[in-house]
Design a protein around this ligand. Structure first.
Ligand SMILES: [Zn+2]
Length: 252
C-alpha cells in the first residue's frame, strides 16, 4: 500500500473547503507528511490517520502556509505521550528557522520530549531524502522567494513516479525532477514572482512528458478561477485535473 492523500490544495489564502497545500504519503511502514499547516491533527483525523503514527515530516520551505502547524503537531504528539523519534527533513535555511521557532516556544523545557531528528538537506538536485522498502523520495531546489525544495517519489513495486513542484516559478529543475513521471502535482497560484500560472504548469507538464497533471496551491473560495484547467490544457495534451482536499492517489 502506498497512497498519497491531499490534505489541502489552496494557495496561502485558504478557504472554508480548501486548506493550505499539504499532503501525506501513507505506506506500510512509513507515514510521511509533506508540510504542516494550521492545526494538522484535524485534517489527518478526517483522512483516517492518527497523527501519532507519523514517522516523517518534510518541510519544503519556511513560509507560514507550509510550516505553521509544525510546532502544534510536535506539541500535541508530546501531549499524547509519543516516545519514538520523528524524522524532519528540510533545507538548512528551513530547519535552522524551525529550530529557532521551537526554541522560542521553550521546547527544551518540555519534560520527556521525544527526539526530533533533523535531516538538513543540501540545496542540490536529486538529493536522496528517504529510501525505504516501499519508496524513495528525492528533493531538488526549485525557484521560489526563499530556498524551497520540490519532491519526487518513486514507488518500488509499481515502478510509478510522482513529482510535487511545491511553490515555484517555471524552472528547468522541476522539468528534470518530473521527467517521465506518472503524475505531476504542480502549483498554479498565478504568474508572479516565485509562482506559476496554470498555463505555465501545463508547459512544464508537457516538457517533462508526464502522464497526468494535477494543479494544486491554486486560488480558492472567492478568488477561485474557473478556467484554470483549460489554461493548463493550452500547452499540455495529457490529462489535467484539480487536486482537491482529501483526494487519494494510489501508487501501490
Ligand atoms: Zn505556498
Amino acid at each position: 500500500m502506498a497512497k498519497l492523500i491531499i490534505l489541502g490544495s489552496s494557495n496561502a489564502l485558504s478557504s472554508k473547503d480548501s486548506e493550505n497545500t499539504h499532503m501525506v504519503l501513507v505506506g506500510e511502514e512509513r507515514t510521511v507528511m509533506v508540510d504542516c499547516v494550521n492545526n494538522p491533527i484535524h485534517r489527518l483525523e478526517q483522512a483516517g490517520i492518527d497523527f501519532v503514527d507519523l514517522t516523517d515530516l518534510v518541510l519544503t520551505h519556511f513560509h507560514p502556509d507550509h510550516v505553521s502547524g509544525a510546532p502544534l503537531l510536535l506539541m500535541d504528539m508530546w501531549l499524547r505521550g509519543r516516545q519514538k523519534l520523528i524524522h524532519v527533513y528540510g533545507l538548512h535555511y528551513t530547519l535552522d528557522r524551525m529550530e529557532k521557532l521551537m526554541e522560542m516556544y521553550s521546547w527544551g523545557d518540555w519534560p520527556n520530549f521525544f527526539t526530533v531528528a533533523f535531516h538538513r538537506l543540501p540545496a542540490n538536485e536529486n538529493t536522496p531524502l528517504l529510501n525505504c522498502d516501499e519508496f524513495k523520495i528525492i528533493s531538488s531546489p526549485v525557484r521560489h522567494l526563499i530556498p524551497t525544495i520540490g519532491l519526487r517519489f518513486e514507488f518500488k513495486s509499481s515502478q510509478k513516479a510522482l513529482t510535487y513542484s511545491c511553490d515555484t516559478e517555471p524552472s528547468e529543475e522541476i522539468v528534470r525532477l518530473a521527467k517521465g513521471a506518472d503524475v505531476l502535482i504542480h502549483e498554479a497560484s498565478g504568474a508572479s514572482l516565485g509562482h506559476s500560472s496554470a498555463e505555465q504548469a501545463g508547459q512544464i507538464a508537457a516538457q517533462a512528458e508526464v502522464s497526468k497533471l494535477f494543479l494544486i496551491h491554486y486560488p480558492t473560495g472567492e478568488f477561485a478561477n474557473e478556467n484554470i484547467i483549460s489554461e493548463a490544457r493550452q500547452h499540455y495534451k495529457g490529462e489535467v485535473a484539480l487536486a482537491t482536499d482529501f483526494m487519494n492517489l494510489d501508487f501501490s
